[in-house]
Design a protein around this ligand. Structure first.
Ligand code: SAH
Ligand code: DHB
Ligand code: MG
Length: 223
């Protein structure tokens, strides 16, 4: 099936089940105006994140890779009163756009946006001994995905839900030859998930508006 047809089917699904939300649409428009890459999760994926956060009763969410805050808004809207979301973004320009989008969506009071490379922000966060997180969404630089998942093992509570975006990369994860740093990072994540007794995981392919990729889902357990 063609990429166009997958995208048209995604458009149908979004129209049928997700609908149009002014703050989310405004966020995507602001991202485009600011020249951010349109690599946010698709609307139906954003709603999947939202539903997973609600069904798991998440009160504390950690996100790696904010971009303009599109996925952040979906996740923050799933939080109950008193909930909190920490999101980490390396690019200050992206973070600035995200701040505006989060406040326009009315979720800024719930969101703690930390600007810096994930592998610097996470040790600093861990040093604060935060309350454990119930849901962790890893969607930053793919080269560091396995490292972020190692941090998730420390920062997530037993039973926490781990979601990892971009684990298929158009199928590049099974291709031979030089994988490049992103695919190599994703492969390290799969090796970690297979070897780590605290991770019980699966992955599904995603197609549609954002091309062919995948989400991995895992429960973080006790060792
Ligand atoms: N979760 C977003 C999309 C994130 S795109 C959404 O669905 O709406 C990936 C983001 O990770 C980009 O904004 C990029 O700047 C950021 N990023 C890249 N390297 C990073 C790093 N080392 N630490 C934290 N964020 C990083
Ligand atoms: C790309 C897609 C993503 O969902 C992401 O988080 C980062 C990069 C990409 O297609 O380049
Ligand atoms: Mg992504």
């Amino acid at each position: 099936m063609s990429r166009e047809r997958y995208a048209a089917i995604d458009a149908f699904l979004v129209d049928a089940l997700v609908g149009d939300d002014p703050a989310l649409t405004a966020a995507l428009e602001a991202n485009a105006r600011a020249g951010l890459p349109s690599i946010d999760v698709a609307p139906n994926q954003g709603k999947l994140l939202h539903l997973l956060a609600r069904v798991s009763g998440a009160q504390r969410i950690l996100e790696l890779g904010t971009l303009g805050g599109y996925s952040t808004i979906w996740l923050a809207r799933a939080l109950p009163a008193g909930g909190a979301l920490v999101t980490v973004e390396a690019d200050p320009r992206h973070a600035e756009v995200a701040r505006d989008n989060l406040s326009r969506a009315g979720v800024d009071a719930l969101v703690d946006l930390r600007v810096g490379p994930g592998l610097e922000v996470l040790p600093a966060l861990a040093a604060e001994s935060p309350e454990p997180f119930d849901l962790i969404f890893v969607d930053a630089d793919k080269a560091s995905t396995a490292d972020y998942v190692r941090w998730a093992l420390d920062l997530g509570r037993p039973g926490a839900l781990l979601i990892v975006d971009n684990v298929v990369r158009g199928g590049a994860i099974i291709d031979e030859g030089d994988p490049g740093p992103s695919v190599a990072g994703i492969r390290r994540f799969f090796a970690l998930a297979a070897a780590e007794p605290r991770l019980d995981a699966t992955a599904i392919q995603t197609v549609g508006l954002k091309g062919h990729d995948g989400f991995a889902l895992a429960i973080i357990g006790r060792a």
